[in-house]
Design a protein around this ligand. Structure first.
Ligand code: GLV
Length: 328
């Protein structure tokens, strides 16, 4: 019997591609070419499965052009690049990579918060530009992390990891807002109190966004939410581009209506709103919150295992949907 045909849509660790070759007929993309949707569709025309990253859109048009496709294994916990309803209707399994990146991503959220509140990149640019000729009492004075109030919007696994770091490591008061309230046990573990979004925005010294991107979470933070925040507050987005209205944020930063922001994700990335590039009080990183070698390997391995287990007939390890009838 011939092996299932798999497309690995972006470059990933070569040894993990080799592992896939032990089970499948694999077309890989070692040069990491960014295919257009039409090029991706052409490559998927004869494939049974695909390993995607967040940068390939899987929608009804693509599924129609890929009649043999049975599974899309995303190497990311977020899967807003999937039209899940279209995949379910077409009988296509989707999978993601939860858990393996939780702690690494929570570490990064905290790193970005620290860098932002303590003005680390802004001050480094100043030093590198040779502008540091004397010390002064208020040079790059930022805001405190310890003892401050951390407001987390989106209290899933990563939000909880950030809450624990803040509460237990830095003595922060942690408030959160989420679609549903955590159990009393989890709230106690995270030392976090549930509040409305408005109260969180009004009272937090640091606001951290960790919600999945959906139509409902589009522009969770826009001009009116920014207006509720303290003028001394910082805003951190490690969730997805589109959760924040980047144009409104750039304006609020320029007018110092909030103190600073740290952004790892952007609307329309890898493009970045030009106004964000010209305001000094923002720390910008290129979507690297889960980027440590062990975690990126664990994500790639989990995506590969989803393909292997699925074609072995045991279902998917970390499914994001439940197609009623699978494609054959
Ligand atoms: C990264 O953004 C992910 O969703 O894993």
């Amino acid at each position: 019997m011939s092996q299932p045909r798999i497309l690995v849509a972006r470059a990933i660790f070569p040894d993990i591609v080799d592992r896939l070759r032990e089970h499948f007929d694999v077309e890989a993309n070692p040069d990491d070419v960014i295919w257009t949707p039409a090029e991706l569709a052409a490559r998927l025309a004869d494939k049974d499965g695909v390993l995607t990253t967040g940068s390939q859109r899987i929608d009804a048009a693509l599924l129609a052009a890929a009649p043999r496709l049975k599974i899309c294994a995303n190497m990311a916990v977020g899967y807003n690049n999937f039209d899940v309803d279209a995949m379910t209707a077409a009988g296509v399994q989707g999978t993601n990579t939860p858990d393996v990146l939780t702690e690494t991503t929570a570490d990064f959220g905290f790193a970005l918060l620290m860098a932002t509140a303590r003005r680390m990149t802004e001050s480094e640019h100043y030093l590198r530009a040779g502008k540091w000729t004397k010390w002064s009492y208020d040079m790059f004075a930022g805001s405190d992390i310890h003892g401050s109030t951390l407001g987390i919007i989106g209290m899933g696994r990563i939000g909880q990891g950030i809450a624990k770091r803040g509460a237990h490591g830095f003595g922060m008061k942690v408030v959160y807002h989420n679609r549903s309230r955590l159990s009393a046990e989890l709230e106690a573990e995270c030392k976090a109190s549930y509040v409305s979004k408005e109260e969180l925005l009004r009272t937090a010294d640091h606001v951290m966004l960790v919600v999945p991107y959906t139509a409902a979470s589009h522009h969770t933070i826009g001009a009116s939410e920014l207006a509720l925040m303290k003028p001394t507050a910082t805003l951190i987005n490690i969730a997805r581009g589109g959760i924040v209205d980047d144009a409104a944020l750039a304006l609020a930063l320029r007018e110092r209506r909030i103190a600073a922001a740290g952004l790892d994700v952007f609307e329309g990335e890898p493009n970045v709103h030009p106004d964000l590039l010209t305001v000094p009080n923002v720390v910008l990183t290129p979507h690297i919150a889960s980027a440590t070698v062990p975690t990126r390997r664990a994500m790639a391995n989990l995506a590969a295992d989803n393909l292997i287990v699925f074609f072995g007939g045991q279902g998917a390890l970390t499914p994001v949907n439940k197609p009623a009838s699978a494609r054959v």
